[in-house]
Structures are given as structure tokens and as C-alpha cells.
Design a protein around this ligand. Sequence first.
Ligand SMILES: [Zn+2]
Ligand SMILES: [Zn+2]
Length: 291
Amino acid sequence: MRRVVSPYGNHSGSWLRGNLHTHTMCSDGYLPPWDTVAEYARLGYDFLMLSDHDALTEVDGLDSRGMVLIPGNEITDGGGHILHVNASRRVPPLKNRQRVIDRIAADGGLAILCHPNWEKEFNHWPQRQLERLNGYHGIEIYNGISERHPGNALATDRWDRLLGIGRRVWGFGNDDTHKEIDQAKAWNMVCARDRSVSGIVDALRSGRFYVSTGVYIDAIRVSGKRIIVEARNAQCYDIIADYGRIVARVADTVLDFSVPDMFWEKFTYLRVECHGPAAIQAWTQPFFLQK
Ligand SMILES: [Zn+2]
Ligand SMILES: [Zn+2]
């Protein structure tokens, strides 16, 4: 039976705002861990992951300032960078990145491949490598620090190519904070069942979150063949299908989209981009068209 499969389900919970990619003075960041935590708490974040390069920065002893601190690191040396979310131990930066991903999975963590379009070739992660690797949970579709580096902070092009070949990977948005100017560039809004590491990690694992650079979504619902997205400061919604095709553009404050029957013949997924004033945006995870 034809239906729209939503990672958001009928889950009710509050949205928690968080950044999963943050460097401190334990690697090449500009602040010590405790000041980094204080800065993000001041900005109104609900959770934060310190992700120093090839180092597991201790978070248990830190004053969380009311946030949930997720242990993690960024596997860096010797290949494409990988965020290890919910790390209970350090995974060494093995050149064989499949083995790194496998070890992260064995540790009960999530692997996120970082900034695919970083560097002047826009190719930190060659697409063939993204397609060859298995078992990772997502890629960064927005990497804040890349705004001030060669390359493109945005990597939805890479994501649509992966989704188009049937890979079910989630899109993440992070600051990759090294300096103060990197803060609050992009974040994840997570619909977690509770305000805990496991509540947030479970939601990230199953795709109950969206990425934002300033547009706030209040509700994401699927009802039959309708996709409904209510974003309080959106002016326009784009619906994107396989390989990045824009299949609908709706100028309204609320999106209520009935998926046409023919879409099940042509497409395997739909995702929604919500556009607000001054180029701020939000990106939902994909909704899958199940036959
Ligand atoms: Zn990196
Ligand atoms: Zn980084």
C-alpha cells in the first residue's frame, strides 16, 4: 500500500536545540571546555557535543549549565573526518574509514561524515567513498565553519545523490566551532522523548530532528498522503525529490502538501526545505514513499 513514511512518526515531545561539532583548547579550539559549554548555554542551546580532533574530551566533570553534554570526538587523522557521537571510548583514526565506522557502531555510537564540500575542490569526501562506506548515520549537510573556508558549507547536493541511490542517511547541521564567530551558524532541532543523552541520541539515530540556520519548525506531521510542516518564520517551502529535483514550491506560512499518486512511480523520497527572511532556512529529514 502506498504511504508516506516519516521519521518523525507521531512522536510528541519538545524540540531540543544542539550542536554536535565543537572544538575546544583540548585540540585547536579557542576556549577551554568549561568556557565553551558556558558560551553555548548562554546562546540557549539544550545539548552540546565537544568533538576535539582525535581526543575524547572529558565531559562528566564539567558544569553542564543545564545542557545535556554528549561525549564525542572528531576522528581526523589519515582520511575524511568523522564525528563519533555518544562515544564511550576513543576510536583511533585508522586509515581504513570503514573500520572506524564499524568501531563506532560497536561502541553504540553514531558516525556522521563531516563537511563533504570543504576545501577548494569541494571534495573532502569524494562521492564514491560516501557511496562505498556503510553503516554511518548521516552526513553534515551544513557545516558552519566552512562559511569562512574554501568550499561550501552546504552539502545537500551530496545528500540527494546518496538518498537517490537508496541510502537512508540523515542530514546534520553543525557549527564546527573553532572561534567565537563560528557559533550558532547551524544546529539540530531534536524531538527527543526526554532531555537525556540516550533520549537525544535515540532521536538522532531514528531521524527525529531537523537542521536549522534560523527557521523554527513547530510541527511536522504526515496524515495519509499529506505532508504538513508548520514553521513559524517560513515564507516559502521547497519540496525536493530524488537527486535534488525541486518538485514543488509553495509560498505560504504553512505547508500542507498532498503527494500526487504519480510521485510513487517517479520518486523514492521527498524532503522539505523551509525558507525564511534573510536566507535563513530549515531542512527536514526525508519522507520515504513506500509502495
Ligand atoms: Zn573536520
Ligand atoms: Zn571539526
